[in-house]
Design a protein around this ligand. Sequence first.
Ligand code: F1X
Length: 418
Amino acid sequence: MQADRWAPDWGAVEMDDRTPAPSGDAERTRQGAAVNAPPILGNVPGAYALGVFRDRHPALVRQVRDALPYSPDRLEALDRLLEEAIADKMQPLDASAHDFATWLTWGRAYLRGRWTDAPFLWAESFFYRRLLEATGYFAEGPWRGVDPFEPFKQAELTGSIVDEELASMDRVAALPQREKETALLLASLWGNRADLTFQITGELGEDKAADLVVDDGELLWSLVHDGPPGTICVVADNAGRELLPDLALIDHLLARRLATEVVLHVKPQPYFVSDATPADVLAGLRRLSGAPGEAGKAGVRLRQALRSGRLVLRTHPFACAPLPYSDMPDSLRDDFAAASLTITKGDLNYRRLVGDRVWPSDTPFEGVTAYFPGPVVALRTLKSDVLVGVAQEVSAGLDATGERWRTTGTRALIQGRA
Ligand SMILES: O=P(O)(O)OC[C@@]1(O)O[C@H](CO)[C@@H](O)[C@@H]1O
């Protein structure tokens, strides 16, 4: 096996050594795909990404500041980050950070520049790393390991909406097999709208459009049902109201022996506010197993599946890297290569799967994911501009409605390839 390429140990690196940022790998690995779409940036007037940097990041720092009783040094660090976000001026991590050199490797050309001039995926990811630095998540001291987003996640998980959603599992369990599977899949898909980053600025669209812009649901179930059961990887996105239906789907795959094992990939550290970590999986399982009816039974089965090794939790560090999956290290690639199906959840995973680039919407999904080492299906509500595999007439028709259908989570897709 080759050494991992994504975080080489370059040792001490001078800040003014401006070698190019890692942008070439995607081009090298995507055989046959259009390879010249530029990365999405935040410095385009009116662009969705610009709003994320201008509005959402400052609002988030303020909310994090107020959510926990941080000590004066932490409050000062958060205030400095807030100033940076407002001034659109990025600073590197402190040189003592354990991953200082890694971030230089990933993008020294962007550091000390403007947040909005760096690729959107890169800069957002770095912002979340800087937020953890400000709260002292990796530092020695009392705030080490304290999830700054935990109060938000906790509030969501204990809400009464979750009680209703869990109760609906009784109705789903009584459905005939095919309808049950459709219901589980759609619950997992639309669960992706419950994304706390969106709730920060209240940007979620009001109406859930019934139609999907791409629906490869049949393909997904044929990959599950046809052929002997194998390992299924689920690359999770958000905790709470998204993770619960994901767990219900996973329980179905395991309980019906449609998968020999499920590998659930979650983030090793807090990220993008609501992204699921192992602690969030445990909180979700507690919520499930404490519920009455079918939800409770599923929770008990899933806890048992963790003990028996049929449900495996994976926290690969690449999950928080600012890079597309085309740059994934062999240690992660091997996981996906061994799976009979990988299901990726959410908008950010989609951006990383197809590349966060200004693709024409009719760019073939098969082409941009040709590097992926096995069958893959993305479940995503549309919450940022990137989109592939949709005919120009369809995207132009939706554009003509004037609806902000690409970014408000009102539309969704199930998109995959065998
Ligand atoms: O991956 P998720 O949870 O579906 O969505 C995350 C996300 O909507 O949050 C960002 C804004 O902070 C978007 O750019 C991004 O794609």
